[in-house]
Design a protein around this ligand. Structure first.
Ligand SMILES: [Zn+2]
Length: 440
């Protein structure tokens, strides 16, 4: 490798998130091409000439954050649906108000907006699923983010869109080596028949794609499944053979002890989305019990409709606060555990532990630099506590994915934000046209 492709990042603090929990202060991260070559204390790397030195003094360097559940395109509908009850969300099949007015190209621009928001907040890797995924994949590719994408499958209202789902897999593959790759995305147990869920497991086996599903998000979902002869949403997935270490199940609010055991024994992942759970359902999953059973947890922002941002720093804080209250135990989810959920555990949930989630030689150079000088961060007595409870996405100054710097001084290096705003403006004006009938 040509040394001129080497970048030497020097920072005040390097939080590696490796298995030993190493922190170097001050330290360096050396990137060669798309990969991390070296991580260590200041002076541990002898410059060999030709490296591009990136001065990150005043910053903390850490791995890019991993968001295991969202629908980025729905950033277009941020702030709508505020007046809905949980029953109204279910009745609308979770479609936000005005969504019927969107045309396919809007989903591309919505993803550019949501994806860029994530990137500038330090999220370098995300799982995303919706419809119009061919366009959405193009947007994530243009953004330079790492993404695992699925086309949503359901058969409660019509035939499942297998053609689109498989075309996406055909186009982008399922290899975790590829920055953009695909999984299989059944919508939820109550919107997919048992037959469809069986097919999903078979196709996942054939393609090597991981499975992403919503699960036990509402009482109405569990009631519908009882009418189908399943005692719960997780039990329904177990009966179809869908549970397993390659499954990421979002929400899992309404689950009983037996279902927690099924999730833990199968090695399935829960995508914990605390803000969305609070704002749509007013409930938290039983995280305290999940942890006692050994259920694996990672963190998702879910969409901006019910969050209303996609900022994993915020999400870590909300998870910490809400789950302590839900469990009646302030010891639940200490800061270090929350930080792992947003980094290494997120990477494991997506099958990407060999590629991202920590700063280690050989992994992809997915790195963020967080400015340390905010008054809300001073003084730095406890690094995990500072990152979970004090830091915000807006503290992120620089972002690299695969060694490519995508954010410099808080601004994207590769997207014209002014032009993006104009596109979004036009779409919003059309969608919100008061002269047209609309849903609420
Ligand atoms: Zn979702």
């Amino acid at each position: 490798m040509d040394r001129s492709t080497r970048q030497l990042l020097s920072g005040d603090v390097i939080v590696t998130m490796n298995a030993a929990g190493q922190v170097f202060s001050p330290g360096v991260v050396v990137i060669e091409g798309t990969r991390i070559l070296h991580v260590g204390a200041e002076g541990s790397w002898a410059p060999q000439g030709g490296e591009t030195v990136v001065d990150c003094r005043g910053c903390l360097l850490m791995p890019g954050l991993v968001n295991v559940h969202t629908h980025a395109c729905m950033a277009l509908f941020r702030g709508l649906g505020e007046k809905r009850s949980r029953q109204q969300w279910v009745a609308a099949s979770y479609a936000p108000p005005y969504m019927e007015r969107a045309v396919p190209a809007d989903f591309y621009w919505g993803t550019m907006l949501g994806g860029l928001e994530m990137l500038t907040n330090g999220i370098t890797c995300t799982a995303d699923r919706f419809s119009h995924m061919a366009l959405i994949a193009e947007a994530f590719d243009r953004l330079g983010m790492r993404a695992v994408l699925c086309h949503t499958l359901r058969d409660i209202t019509g035939a499942p869109e297998w053609e689109e789902a498989l075309a996406l897999v055909q186009r982008w593959g399922t290899s975790p080596q590829s920055r953009i790759h695909c999984g299989i995305g059944p919508h939820a147990p109550d919107t997919c028949s048992d037959d469809l869920l069986h097919q999903v497991r078979r196709v996942a086996g054939e393609t090597g794609g991981r499975i992403f599903i919503h699960c036990a998000q509402s009482e109405a979902e569990v009631t519908a499944l009882r009418a189908r002869g399943h005692a719960g949403a997780v039990r329904c997935l177990a009966a179809a053979g869908v549970l397993g270490p390659d499954l990421v199940a979002a929400h899992c609010i309404y689950v009983d002890e037996e279902e927690l055991r099924l999730l833990a024994d199968s090695g399935s992942w829960v995508a914990h989305c605390p803000v969305s759970n609070a704002r749509i359902e007013g409930r938290m999953p039983p995280v305290g019990q999940m942890l006692r059973h050994g259920v694996k947890l990672a963190l998702g922002t879910d969409w901006a409709v019910s969050n209303n941002t996609m900022d994993l720093f915020d999400e870590m804080k909300c998870a910490g606060v809400l789950d302590k209250v839900a469990a009646g135990d302030p010891a639940v989810l200490p800061s270090a555990a929350l930080l792992r959920m947003a980094t290494v555990e997120g990477a494991r949930a997506l099958g990407l532990e060999a590629h991202t989630g920590s700063l280690e030689p050989g992994k992809a150079a997915d790195v963020i630099a967080l400015a340390r000088d905010g008054l809300h961060l001073e003084p730095w007595h406890d690094i995990p506590a500072a990152l979970v409870y004090s830091a915000k996405g807006r503290d992120v100054r620089h972002v690299w994915v695969d060694g490519r710097q995508l954010v410099r001084d808080g601004r994207p290096t590769h997207v014209d934000v002014g032009a993006l705003r104009k596109e979004i403006d036009q779409i919003v004006r059309r969608i919100m046209d008061p002269g047209l009938p609309y849903s609420t």
